[in-house]
Ligand binder design. Structure first.
Ligand SMILES: [Zn+2]
Length: 565
């Protein structure tokens, strides 16, 4: 199946073909072009913990441009020098598809637009598009602006007119529009009319408090569209968990411009997740939002931006998350292998993602075979091997291992049992010293490794014992395996099993490691937390070297960590 189906022309117009894949369903031909407007760099950056440097912002913008969004809002040049610098540097760069927008507010009360330094900064940003936000809710005019409603209309009109006169395409963001419409629909529509009459090209209805539900969003958008104020766009926040749903119903109701943020970033509960909006509209409504073939870059773009933002990538994120197409197979593994379209709403490959079958304690032989096949290991011709692997899994799970979320440890177990696990290093031993100081805690680890004929002793320091071990292991392997430089720890979770009886309690460590193309999780179990952590750490590094195609040590094929089994 092609990425978005747009280049094949082979899709059915509607309905489910007899015996055809259900993934083909629901597409319709030739809907209107909808503009995708990204506000990650302005509204999205309001998220707690999201702090982008100017260079980060340029990289995020480049990723969005490469994906093929239409407009990238770079920031608010009047509000801070960082955003002004972004526009200055962005002007020097070649943009393949996207056009840049600068964001700002309408002039303040009792002042001319020409004299407003914020509007001057917007012009100075030199972008082809200017997005102006203005008040559409009487409560905000009365209480926040503390000016007259007539003056607010003049502020909107004069600010828009100034930008249009300087040749800018003006997008007018009607702030709190849905609340404003509910409070005083006549005034909310008058604000839109003032912007349109002054030359605004798109009127964006903003759900700034994010509490609107889809039926209200559809009804209000329909009523506004009937009044024909101009080309309509929408901007939803996710406070009622409806930002994506509202965006989709708004497009169905005639909106031709959708604003949102990468991965749904934004203050409070976030903005509409632009990636889910794009995938839903392309795959289920036949809209052409991205350039041909680019939908398949959705998952990698989402991950790249999460990396740049230095935020954990949510596995359950629709369409693009690592669990978005993960099924706990149980008895269904063979059925999933036969008819994947019966167990997923879209083809995972269409958004650049992939299906995963989870291995659980209930794993049967067919489940193990399906999972191994998914990893590219064909065990079909060897029923004895499949049984041996299943026995290993059952034994390991009995001891506390969990492979559902630890794909990499599962693959290493299969390879180890099948005798096809290359050896990169062997542990001779390690020692960890944990030091509690007045100001901070510090740990030091000494790791002794056997690399074929060579014996390497490496020392690492860290904020805790696991960090110190990780540092020492990397240092010991760095020379032999340069690929390790691009591989790093991203998550570490500890769980105590059977905690009621403290003497027999075991610790399970789940550790997530990542390279530029993705991440993988490994598991370690022991009565000792450091031993469990080492096991997960060694597996994580071994798996990373496997992915990177690093040249293994000569000699017999060995286990990377010696556990489990
Ligand atoms: Zn917003």
């Amino acid at each position: 199946m092609s990425a978005a189906g747009k280049d094949s022309g082979a899709h059915k117009d509607s309905g489910v073909g007899e015996g055809g894949a259900t993934w083909e369903a629901g597409r319709t031909a030739g809907p209107a072009k909808v503009e995708i407007y990204d506000t990650t760099l302005r509204d999205g950056s309001q998220q707690v913990g999201l702090d982008l440097t100017v260079t980060d912002k340029l990289h995020v913008a480049a990723a969005l441009d490469s994906l093929g969004v239409d407009v990238i809002e770079g920031g608010w040049p009047g509000s801070n020098p960082k955003d002004a610098e972004f526009f200055a540097r962005a002007a020097e760069l070649p943009w393949r598809h996207a056009r840049l927008a600068a964001f700002g507010a309408t002039r303040p009360p009792r002042r001319t637009a020409e004299d407003d330094p914020n509007l001057q900064a917007l012009l100075a940003a030199g972008t082809p598009i200017v997005t102006l936000v203005g008040k559409a809710w009487t409560l905000h005019v009365d209480e926040a602006l503390r000016t007259t409603r007539e003056e607010n209309l003049a502020m909107v009109a004069e600010s828009v007119r100034l930008m249009a006169r300087h040749g800018r395409r003006v997008i007018f963001d009607a702030e709190h529009f849905f609340d404003g419409y509910r409070a005083d629909r006549g005034y909310a529509l008058a604000v839109l009319a003032a912007a349109a009459d002054a030359g605004a090209d798109t009127l964006t209805l903003c759900d700034t408090n994010g509490g609107t539900l889809p039926d209200d969003a559809a009804r209000i958008l329909g009523a506004v569209a009937a009044a024909r104020p101009g080309r309509l766009g929408v901007h939803f926040h996710n406070d009622a968990a409806c930002a994506v749903a509202n965006s989709v119903v708004a497009v169905a109701g005639g909106a031709l411009h959708v604003q949102g943020a990468a991965n749904g970033y934004g203050e409070r509960c976030g903005n509409a997740d632009l990636f889910a909006v794009i995938a839903s509209l392309e795959l289920k409504r036949g809209h052409e939002l991205l350039p041909p073939g680019r939908l398949a870059a959705l998952a990698s773009t989402a991950r790249t931006i999460a990396e740049l933002a230095n935020l954990p990538f949510e596995p359950r994120q629709p369409y693009v998350g690592s669990s978005a197409f993960a099924t706990k197979a149980g008895l269904h593994a063979s059925a999933i292998a036969r008819r994947p379209d019966a167990y997923a709403h879209v083809d995972p490959g269409s958004v650049g993602n992939q299906a995963r079958v989870l291995v659980s304690e209930l794993a049967g032989r067919s489940n193990v075979l399906a999972k191994a096949g998914e990893l590219g290991l064909d065990l079909g011709g060897d029923p004895e091997l499949a049984t041996a692997i299943l026995d290993q899994i059952k034994d390991a799970e009995h001891r506390g291992y969990a492979f559902e979320a630890a794909d990499a440890s599962f693959e290493l177990l299969v390879r180890r049992t099948a005798g096809i696990l290359p050896a990169w290093f062997e542990l001779e031993g390690y020692r960890v010293v944990i030091e509690r100081g007045r100001a901070d805690d510090r740990s030091e680890a000494i790791v002794r490794l056997l690399l074929g004929e060579r014996r390497v002793v490496a020392v690492g320091e860290g904020v805790g014992p696991v960090h110190a071990l990780d540092q020492a292991l990397r240092r010991g392997l760095a020379e032999l395996y340069p690929a390790l430089a691009g591989i790093g720890l991203v998550d570490y979770k500890v769980r105590i099993l059977d905690g009621r009886d403290a003497t027999s309690a075991v610790t399970r460590v789940m550790l997530t490691t990542a390279d530029h193309d993705g991440e993988w999780t490994t598991v370690g179990v022991s009565q000792d937390i450091v031993t469990a952590s080492w096991e997960a750490l060694a597996d994580g590094v071994g798996y990373g070297l496997l992915r990177a195609g690093a040249e293994p040590l000569a000699g017999p094929v060995l286990a990377a960590s010696g556990a489990p089994g």
